[in-house]
Design a protein around this ligand. Sequence first.
Ligand code: SAH
Length: 262
Amino acid sequence: LSRVTTTADATAPGTLTVVGLGPGGPDLRVPAATRCLGAATDIVGYAFYVEQAGPFRDDQTVHRSDNRHEAERAQFALDLAAQGAHVAVVSSGDPGVFAMATAVLEELHRALDRWAHVDVRIIPGVTAATAAAALVGAPLGHDFCVISLSDVLKPWATVVNRLDAASGADFVLALYNPISSHRPWQLGEALATIGRHRRPDTPVALVRDAGRPDEVARITTLGAIDVSIVDMRTVILVGSSTTAAFTMATGRTWLYTPRHYP
Ligand code: SAH
């Protein structure tokens, strides 16, 4: 993301659309997102997601970045749009869930005059929690809570407090950003916190690469969870006190959380 260059007509008003790509392939991407990617003059995003969003035509300019510096990426995209480009900022899953839509709005809020004429839009996507849930049944059928375990942008004490409160309130939990090389021990502490409120036989789903070719969905329990198979491409769903599991004669196990509550 070094220069602001675009193939667009700088005299026409530009647009910036934050596009949710869904969890993986185009099958789980909403048609409005696919349409926007086709109409964009410029595509901006983290290289891994840009690959997922392509292929692109020769008359489209692709600006790949690394996974950090979301603010810079947002400013760059807003500047392109201010010059008349039709920019698609790509994000995995839903762009409003731990992703680029917030970064774009934060920058816009910070410098309203600078980008006053940019037409900003947000196209939602299938988020990791619902993509993963569908693979293992209907574990999010009752009240649930989505928590990122990353302490890069919030203090770890806040993560633990929220896990404690949400587990205590008996929400089903969807845990994003569960582990990384910079955060090796946090997942163990997170599971121990949840374990203070939930029984060891509470159903848990570990879903890696939902909607992608290497998709893996494992059903286990809180007491037997093997954290060695969890990585940054995994979402963890932890059942509530009412989440049930059953296995069919075919060997297929389903999880669900009933709509009614005792
Ligand atoms: N905006 C994204 C979430 C970004 S945070 C969304 O709505 O899905 C990144 C985290 O999301 C990852 O660490 C992982 O926990 C989860 N995630 C994203 N895509 C996933 C996928 N295809 N399969 C499993 N987990 C995924």
